[in-house]
Ligand binder design. Structure first.
Ligand code: AMP
Length: 493
């Protein structure tokens, strides 16, 4: 099967040929003809299968006819994160070279005013995260009544991030007669309900069973002690020993750990970037660009920031933490072994992680073998870690050998991400933050946006909504003294 059999236009075929792709992937082969015949499509496919081109290529063909009107986009693509939205835009830029299409991105963290003026000029393809899109519609700057084709991508991720109510609202704002393309890697009941409500007689296209992992990924686990310093040492050993390691993404469950692991690896001489939801957009983009270009071969990332990233040829994925949700495991390791290439995914498993590993093995229907070699770190070998943890300011440790932070209740320090997700974070004075000395790439975004003109600040409606875009990650309370984290009883009136 070649691309020319799928019904794509000559311009699109020329653009595909220019990228060097000769054969459509299974999802492309199955989905493209249905999209071109204007059927609704329910695509069950993971990232890494070529699903983006499966909707971008036929959309470009369809959009060759017709023109955009001011504030009324012709097509709309919803993505759960800014990075994914930006990647889809890159796909339009790559495959749409021969066409004069207006493609606009509506994502958080970018000037509202610029986005608005782009909408005024008329948009053929609008790529948006749900929150920012609704902000524009609420302000009256955007009408969705001209949308002929709606794409809902990474729907199960949208569910994880609490976007389903937004998706339902958006589906009601676009015309009933539109064509809908819906992509998800898994099919939990909530997603099934949405597809039944908003798709009309969809053509189901499934390229692999839900929640299966690609066969070309070698999956391994390595045991570790439960302490973070032991896991960091195991990680370093794995990185030093890894065969054929070209580049790797290292996943942590909490964004705070992303920053710690990033800093630790830097200290140990690794070239490494970081990606988590607290970083501002330009720092995220810079880290990602450096990783893509190979300037930084390692990237420490959280799930939210790294979901669905199109980074070709990642040779290794490391789970510094085993994800608590098995679906996240499937998504994480899907960063390697993309488009038929081989890859390796290694999970560092401490005793409390064993339950999560069992759940993952059940979901993927296979057991994850333990890596051969002595990687486990014994308690004794923690010299360099002790050095790493010593406070830089020379402050004295208490008689019990612990800094005040280490004496924080364990529970407060290690609460799981989905339990601690206060939506809004208070601005904190830069000098008070122990992370002020971090490299720009790992520094959190200025959440109060006081550095932006008022009209460009985060709209209030976006602040109100729960768990949006990058903010389903736990808030970082590491700058707070421990006593502020303790629950307090409110006085009776
Ligand atoms: P996606 O699933 O859309 O994230 O795509 C995964 C990767 O596959 C991206 O790096 C694409 O550029 C690449 N890709 C898409 N289509 C093809 C194709 N037909 N042949 C080879 N690679 C492809």
């Amino acid at each position: 099967m070649s691309f020319s059999n799928l019904g794509l236009s000559d311009k699109v075929l020329a653009a595909v040929a220019a990228t060097g792709y000769t054969t459509p992937t299974p999802i492309q082969e199955q989905a493209i003809p249905h999209v071109l015949s204007r059927r609704d499509v329910l695509g069950i496919a993971q990232t890494g299968t070529g699903k983006t081109a499966a909707f971008v290529l036929p959309m470009l063909t369809i959009l060759e006819k017709g023109r955009a009107r001011a504030r009324m986009p012709r097509t709309l693509i919803l993505e759960p994160t800014r990075e994914l939205a930006a990647q889809v835009k890159e796909n339009f830029d790559r495959y749409g070279v021969g066409q004069k299409l207006n493609v606009a991105l509506l994502i958080g963290g970018v000037s509202f005013g610029d986005q608005d003026s782009k909408l005024t000029r008329g948009v053929d393809v609008l790529i948006a995260t749900p929150g920012r899109l609704l902000d524009h519609t609420e302000r009256g700057g955007l009408l969705l009544t001209g949308v002929e084709l709606l794409v809902i991508d990474e729907a199960d991720r949208m569910l994880d991030m609490g976007f389903i109510p937004d998706i339902e609202r958006i589906c009601k704002l676009v015309p009933f007669t539109r064509q809908t393309l819906f992509f998800t890697a898994t099919m939990p009941p909530e997603i099934r309900r949405i597809t039944e409500a908003f798709l009309h007689n969809p053509q189901k296209v499934e390229v692999s069973k839900p929640a299966t992992t690609a066969v070309n990924i070698t999956q391994l686990q390595v045991p570790s002690g439960r302490e973070a310093h032991q896991k960091r040492e195991v990680l370093r050993r794995l990185l030093r020993d890894a065969k054929d390691l070209k580049n790797a993404i290292i996943f942590c469950n909490r964004k705070r750990d992303v920053a710690i692991v990033h800093k630790s690896l830097q200290k140990h001489g690794f070239s490494v970037g970081a990606l988590h939801g607290d970083m501002d957009q330009s720092a995220r983009t810079a880290a990602l660009d450096q990783f893509r270009k190979g300037e930084l071969p390692l990237l420490v990332a959280s799930d939210v920031a790294a979901r669905g990233l199109d980074i070709p040829e990642v040779s290794h994925v490391f789970n510094f933490d085993v994800p608590h949700h098995s679906d996240d495991y499937v998504h994480r390791i899907g960063r390697t072994g993309r488009a038929g290439r081989t890859g390796t995914a290694i999970s560092i498993v401490s005793p409390p992680d064993q339950k999560s590993v069992a759940a993952i093995e059940k979901l993927i229907g296979q057991s994850i073998p333990t890596i051969e070699g002595d990687y486990e770190v014994q308690e004794a070998s923690r010299d360099d870690e002790a050095r790493e943890r010593r406070p830089r300011d020379g402050s004295r440790r208490s008689s019990r050998g612990k800094t005040p932070r280490e004496r924080e209740p364990r529970e407060a320090r290690e609460r799981e991400p989905r339990e601690r997700e206060p939506r809004e974070r208070e601005p904190r004075p830069a000098a008070a933050s122990p992370r002020a000395a971090q490299p720009a790439a790992a520094r959190p975004a200025p959440t109060a946006r006081t550095d932006q003109p008022r009209h460009e600040q985060q709209p209030r409606s976006e602040q109100r909504r729960p768990r949006r875009d990058h903010d389903n990650e736990p808030a970082d309370h590491s700058h707070l003294p421990a006593f502020l984290l303790r629950p307090v009883r409110a006085p009776l009136p």
